[in-house]
Design a protein around this ligand. Structure first.
Ligand code: SF4
Length: 326
């Protein structure tokens, strides 16, 4: 392991000062420590922010949520307000990782986690995300788990988070604090597609710290849920997944929020599916027709062509679960 210094901070100003000087923030450590052991990550300075007061989960007057960046995955999934208002978030968290990891890992760390591409984690393999310009071993290698949407010549890795798919569907906002003050970033702009710089993964400036994820209020009643399809039923990443939230009033779908995981280089907002749903009456025929748009623009690789059909079926099944079979 590369030698590093470790500092534990107790205030956000102290954290920002350390971040401005190039320190890497660490909280639960469930991803970063693994990567340091494998020498994929080689930070010189770790700034432990786990003692900062960023753990609260607050319900806004309008029914939205503000989830502190240091809230643990397990406590967020168990929070009564999260379970009542946005089951899609609770379900996505409960289907992630293992119980031990969910007890340690934070919401901020979850959305910052790095890809599970095996070549990224193998320092002997070519990987543009780890070392820009070295190539992409996955393109001609074993790419069954890789992305079919949002890929580039440089990188085809998926984003591994489940709860980020729920955040993308619900159009969350990421609140950050930096040397120049506070700002918030639409979730759809927070995680970056690889393009020609897959080493840059988030729209964060140097030293910026995530403080919270805000879920905007949505009209009620809202029914939501998360479906994850994977090779085994626990402790496994998604082949495909679907986060769906529907507001149905007077027998008509008034709002539809849909995103997919396991298929995109970032959590993939399914705008074409949403557009096909809004203003329509729920029916099995509608679920099938809307889900047929889920893989629009897909560019499958040699080993993951099956994801095109699997994604459509995943979305169709979850629309039926949330909207009802008619
Ligand atoms: Fe690296 Fe991305 Fe290629 Fe994987 S897909 S080897 S992360 S460049």
């Amino acid at each position: 392991m590369h030698p590093f210094t470790y500092t534990r901070v107790s205030g956000t100003r102290e954290a920002l000062d350390a971040g401005r000087l190039g320190g890497r923030y660490i909280a639960g450590g469930t991803t970063l420590v693994d990567l340091m052991r494998e020498t994929v990550e080689r930070p010189d300075t770790l700034v432990d922010i786990s003692g900062l007061p960023l753990r609260e989960i607050l319900v806004a007057k309008d029914g939205g949520l503000r989830i502190g960046a240091l809230a643990r995955m397990a406590e967020t999934a168990a929070h009564p307000a999260v379970r009542a208002a946005f089951p899609v978030i609770a379900q996505a968290l409960e289907l992630s990782a293992s119980a031990q990891l969910r007890n340690m890992a934070t919401i901020g760390g979850n959305i910052m986690q790095r890809t599970r591409c095996t070549y990224f984690r193998d320092v002997s393999a070519d990987c543009n995300k780890r070392e820009l310009g070295s190539g992409c071993a996955a393109r001609d290698g074993f790419n069954r788990m890789h992305a079919i949407l949002g890929t580039s010549e440089s990188c085809v890795a998926t984003h591994p988070s489940d709860v980020a798919v729920a955040f993308a569907a619900l159009e969350a906002r990421v609140h950050v604090l930096g040397p120049d003050g506070a700002r918030d970033i639409p979730f759809g702009d927070f995680l970056l597609r690889p393009g020609s710089t897959p080493n840059r993964e988030q729209a964060l400036a140097k030293g910026e710290l995530i403080t919270a994820v805000e879920i905007p209020a949505l009209p009620r009643p809202l029914t939501s849920g998360y479906l994850k399809v994977r090779d085994r039923q626990s402790y496994e990443f998604a082949l495909t997944s679907a986060a769906v939230a529907l507001h149905i009033r007077g027998g008509v779908i008034r709002e539809a929020k849909v995103a997919a995981g396991g298929v995109g280089t970032v959590p993939w907002k399914l705008s074409a599916v949403e557009q096909a749903l809004v203003g329509q009456r729920p029916s099995d025929a509608l679920w099938t027709a809307a889900a047929a748009r889920a893989a629009d623009g897909a560019r499958p690789l040699h080993h993951n062509r099956f994801k095109v059909a699997l994604l459509k079926r995943t979305v169709e099944r979850q629309l039926r679960v949330i909207g009802g079979s008619k």
